[in-house]
Design a binder for this molecule. Structure first.
Ligand SMILES: Nc1ncnc2c1ncn2[C@@H]1O[C@H](COP(=O)(O)OP(=O)(O)OP(=O)(O)O)[C@@H](O)[C@H]1O
Length: 562
């Protein structure tokens, strides 16, 4: 089951959503500036208009962070398909309402204090003599919340009410109604800080029904979990800090740092970044820093971290470091798993600090490590696809961004020698690769189709991500959560074609150019027609040997911190 980190964190002391309430008696209960202001004067409760119009922080988190996450996770094509909370109905049954007018009034005031909106009385539809109920007799109270008042209530319910519940073990995932609506019952309303003991009348239970626009319970559960709803299953297996102080667990995060990345810049940037990273993450996370000692060391560090049950392994460096960390997620053709079956799957994270850092570009991530740290702090996860390459012999090899064959692979090989020139290294590498380059006839089999001959192939790229070569948008329609690759083949290109079409290659409009073809595929096999063992293959910018090779997609193989 996908586990669900909350996107908001708060404790009672840091919470800013409390109401400022004037009680019927004329006393004020505690409130803060910045919270939603509610007046409860002589039985009339009003949310001040200016306050009600302010954007609630849960609503902001929903719009800015949760909507994109859900859109990607459930592959919604339209923003209107993303589920949202439509309304929250809070109701409270009062059996003795007819005999106890004061009790009814007290319950009305309590619910008004908690929700910020005046409840209505719910009445009997018909008389039942056995229970001494007359028609139209008040039996309870209810309030329907929408908009900002609803978000404000939900925020306090999740971050204050639930964690203050006695012996709280998390809420049940089975209380969905099959149509994406969720209900929770409370034994006492005193879990809300607005109800002080001297104000508290008779302890009363209440039911909260959350109506969402989700069409399935799974989507609704994910929506609520991202809002911070502490589901019991997540608490059991989750090492993530769930919002609300009482239930927080610390995450173990392993940072795999390549100090030699970007010609040594990664190591220097990392040292500057560490104090900020510690101050931002150490309240919720155990931070483990692991510097690589040489090529392939990141693979071993990652495997070890996953076996030890790390919540996330973060690659700090370029695409080469990310590539090694991704390979560390697998061993002997299978995913590596933790010794402890109860912990959630280890997520992959990235602080892009390399020369090209092309994988990050697919997600539109800026080259700002502070943004990356923020993503790690929030901890939102998405399943992403991974490519697997198998050859004639040896272990399968994994890639996350782009695998490519022939000219571009040669260019990458040469570019590695000129990393000190930054992104210019790819241009120098490409020029050098052209010296002595010959286009090759290749035989290609896509998915379960027939083998076909592609004459004069200059380069063939298999994209899980969109970019390579320091920002060249080579497979513009690829996306790591699409469950397939985009394969782009350039045929019969001369060196001057690259010069003339360079701009198109960088901005991703080259697919319309003559001798360029593109298609999606879940697997592709490539071999030379006249075997010369000279057609070079690289994956994520790393050397991988020669053809023949088979490339297959592993849909949703890794959870990535996005
Ligand atoms: N301690 C180390 N000393 C030397 N090389 C290392 C060390 N640790 C890792 N490496 C190697 O450095 C290579 C390049 O690292 P990385 O991808 O992080 O930087 P980059 O090449 O500058 O960035 P990009 O790949 O995004 O262009 C990797 O292939 C990795 O094997």
């Amino acid at each position: 089951m996908a586990l669900s980190p909350a996107l908001l964190h708060s404790t009672a002391s840091t919470f800013h959503g409390q109401f400022c309430v004037r009680l019927p008696s004329g006393n004020f209960s505690c409130g803060r500036s910045g919270g939603l202001s509610v007046k409860a004067m002589s039985s009339v409760v009003l949310v001040e208009k200016t306050e009600a119009e302010k954007l609630n922080r849960l609503k902001t988190a929903y719009l800015e962070k949760i909507v994109p996450l859900l859109k990607e996770e459930f592959n919604y094509t339209n923003i209107h398909q993303v589920p949202k909370i439509e309304k929250v109905v809070v109701n409270c049954g009062i059996g003795d309402a007819a005999q106890n007018a004061k009790g009814l009034e007290a319950a009305l005031n309590d619910l008004a204090l908690i929700t910020g909106q005046r409840p209505v009385k719910t009445r009997a539809k018909k008389a039942i003599a056995t229970f001494k109920i007359r028609e139209d007799q008040p039996l309870g109270i209810a309030v329907t919340l929408r908009g900002n008042v609803m978000y404000s209530f939900l925020d306090r319910l999740i971050n204050l009410g639930l964690p203050r519940t006695r012996d709280f073990q998390g809420v049940s995932s089975s209380s969905f109604d099959g149509n994406g609506n969720y209900s929770i019952g409370f034994r006492e309303q005193s879990v809300f800080p607005e109800i002080t003991y001297d104000v508290l009348g008779k302890p009363r239970g209440m039911d909260v029904c959350i109506t969402t626009t989700a069409s399935t319970d799974k989507e609704a559960r994910r929506l609520l979990a991202l809002m911070g709803m502490p589901f019991r299953e997540d608490l059991g297996a989750d090492r993530t800090a769930i919002s609300g102080g009482a239930t927080s667990r610390r995450r173990d995060i392993v940072f795999v740092v390549n100090p030699r990345g970007a010609n040594g810049r990664t190591g220097k940037e990392w040292n500057k970044l560490l104090p900020y990273l510690r101050s931002r993450l150490s309240s919720d996370c155990n931070i483990c820093e692991s510097l690589t000692s040489g090529p392939c060391h990141a693979i071993d560090i990652t495997r070890e971290a996953i076996r030890e049950g790390a919540d996330a392994v973060i690659a700090v460096g370029g695409d080469g470091t990310l590539h090694e960390v991704v390979n560390g997620f697998f061993w002997g053709g299978k995913p590596v798993s933790s010794h402890d079956q109860a912990v959630r799957a280890t997520a992959l994270g990235l602080i892009p600090l390399g020369t090209g850092s092309d994988f990050a570009r697919t997600f539109g991530w800026k080259n700002d490590p502070h943004d990356a740290i923020e993503r790690i702090a929030i901890g939102g996860r998405s399943h992403i696809d991974v490519g697997v390459i198998s050859g004639e012999s040896g272990e399968p090899h994994y890639f996350i961004n782009v695998a490519d064959i022939h000219l571009s692979a040669n260019a990458g090989y040469y570019a590695a020698r000129y990393k000190k020139f930054g992104n210019l290294c790819y241009v120098i590498g490409a020029l050098q690769a052209f010296l002595g380059h010959h286009n090759k006839d290749l035989r290609i089999k896509v998915d379960d189709g027939d083998w076909k001959v592609y004459p004069q192939v200059t380069t063939l790229c298999i994209g899980n991500g969109k970019y390579f070569g320091g920002g060249m948008k080579i497979t513009p329609n690829a996306h790591p959560s699409s469950r397939n690759f985009e394969v782009v083949i350039l045929q019969d290109f001369k060196w001057y074609d690259f010069v003339l079409k360079l701009l198109k290659l960088y901005n991703g409009t080259h697919l319309l150019v003559k001798n360029v073809s593109s298609r999606s595929a879940c697997s592709i096999e490539v071999e030379e027609i006249a075997s010369s063992s000279s057609v070079f293959v690289q994956s994520d910018g790393e050397y991988l040997g020669f053809l023949p090779k088979k490339f297959s997609i592993l849909p949703g193989a890794i959870e990535m911190i996005c």
